[in-house]
Design a protein around this ligand. Sequence first.
Ligand SMILES: *[C@@H]1O[C@H](CO)[C@@H](O)[C@H](O)[C@H]1NC(C)=O
Ligand SMILES: *[C@@H]1O[C@H](CO)[C@@H](O)[C@H](O)[C@H]1NC(C)=O
Ligand SMILES: *[C@@H]1O[C@H](CO)[C@@H](O)[C@H](O)[C@H]1NC(C)=O
Ligand SMILES: [Zn+2]
Length: 555
Amino acid sequence: MILRVPLLAAVVAAVVASPAQQPLSLAQHACPQHHPLTPTGRNAPLSAHIQDIYDSPDFQAKTIQALSGAVKVPSESYDAMGPVGEDPRYAVFADLHAFFRKSFPLIHSQLNVSTVNTYNLVIHWQGSDPSLLPILMTGHQDVVPVDPSTWNQWEHPPYSGHYDGTWIWGRGTCDDKGPVVSILTAVETLLGQAFKPTRSFVFAFGIDEESSGLQGAGKIAKYLQSTYGKNGFAAILDEGSGFTERFGEDTIFVVPSTSEKGYMDVKVDVSTLGGHSSVPPPHTSIGILSALIVTIEANPHKPTLLRTGTPFATIQCTAAHAPGIPQPLRDLAHAALTDDDALEKLGKQIGLVDPAYKAMVETTQAVDLIVGGVKTNALPEGASAVVNHRIGEHSSVHGLQDHITKLLAPLASQFNLTFDAFGTSVSSSSPSSGHLTVSDAFGTALEPAPPTPLDAEPWKILVGTAKASLSESKRESVVGKKVFVSPMLALGNTVRTDTKSYWNLTKHIFRYTHMGDSDGYNGAHTVNEAIRADALIDNVRFLTKFILNWDEAEF
Ligand SMILES: *[C@@H]1O[C@H](CO)[C@@H](O)[C@H](O)[C@H]1NC(C)=O
Ligand SMILES: *[C@@H]1O[C@H](CO)[C@@H](O)[C@H](O)[C@H]1NC(C)=O
Ligand SMILES: *[C@@H]1O[C@H](CO)[C@@H](O)[C@H](O)[C@H]1NC(C)=O
Ligand SMILES: [Zn+2]
């Protein structure tokens, strides 16, 4: 929640007091920008000294080698893998562990390294003050498979880990071995400096983020909850969105995902009597299914913008600080702080700010699969389609089920179909000319994530650390740029990180990888995945500062 009543009152008071500064002052209140945060207490000398280590060519070469070596182990995860112990394909993770043991000897000799479900790694670093809740830092060891037919499109082979002086190449360099190796490198370096944490830190790396997450984070979560208890962590940092310059040159937005959309694949299944095509009824199951799909597409979910939600915080930050936002849109965002009509209008126009934002305020729907019919002289006995949904933060799995059920019920009766929706009988028809069933297609429905609080200290530590890391960075692409922070609702391909298993462990979940738009060569999950070596090193700096800042925090 970003706006609380007392804050709103303060905003209104400020407007009344200084009308000339109205828009800016409102915007800044709507999107508070926290200060860069760097250790100033007992960790300050180490924090400064460690920068020199990270600047050294030796350290950088070793870190690049560590990632390169990790990439050489093709730890692919496939859809529909069996459990660990049955499916032999997990054995590759033992090779990765062996490589980690060789590359990070201090972690393996000084910390408690355990495995969960054989191949998930959980590393515990005990702090001296057990009254402070530990921090959980996570990532995944698996990678999406490389399609063999694309091997020849790679500039360097996908499991080469080749370093060309600028880029480290290969599957997993960005997602997620780069971030995992960065965490391990930060910890190994701190151990090398004899750092003894006050707070405990836990590192957990799953094995199937890219498929179901059930053998990996699902099992890790159970272990962590039984070991550390419900809400047993002060915060979780997992992979996620990074920083972006997409709003204009010379301005960097740090955009951690503080929420994730929900998910549901809805199967719409029509079954009718078969028979010969020479004496057909007016509508076959395919014709009826088509009518249902037309109705679904004609009734998209309405955009909904709530002042308490993540998308509202995102839009306020963009409106306040992004260059190039047209003034009328800025004014509308400001008005939406207090004016309900403006809020509704902003929800409808949010795509003008950034086309991707439209998906943020809606439950999206896409009809992605369809099957039906076998032969032209036989009436199809069944036809079905699957509609993919990403559920908005304001809604829920139940809200979506309700929407579809109400939408399709009139058609079911119009076509004289009995109707079952999500396991419940909605209506029966007599005489019945068939059956309509809607269901969770693959049993993969997921509620939207509980939004991470933005008015809390953990958020300030995360964004303060990111800002300080950017302001200290010596990289040309970063130096001298203005930095703003905006929370984000994860969309599309970042939806459903391993954190979906971790909701019980803390309210403060951050999906953030300290990397910019141009630090990956070609994105993840495709050919020519590569990471800039200096981005990898900067990520290590960020993670080190994150640990040291948290270690100094006293709550
Ligand atoms: C390892 O675990 C033992 C037993 O729980 C504990 O006493 C010790 O402090 C742990 N060491 C580290 C570095 O976490
Ligand atoms: C539904 O049943 C009614 C009553 O039997 C019939 O009049 C109507 O034509 C049927 N509608 C369709 C689409 O089959
Ligand atoms: C959260 O905790 C509840 C109760 O302890 C448990 O039933 C549920 O499975 C947990 N959820 C996850 C994702 O682990
Ligand atoms: Zn990933």
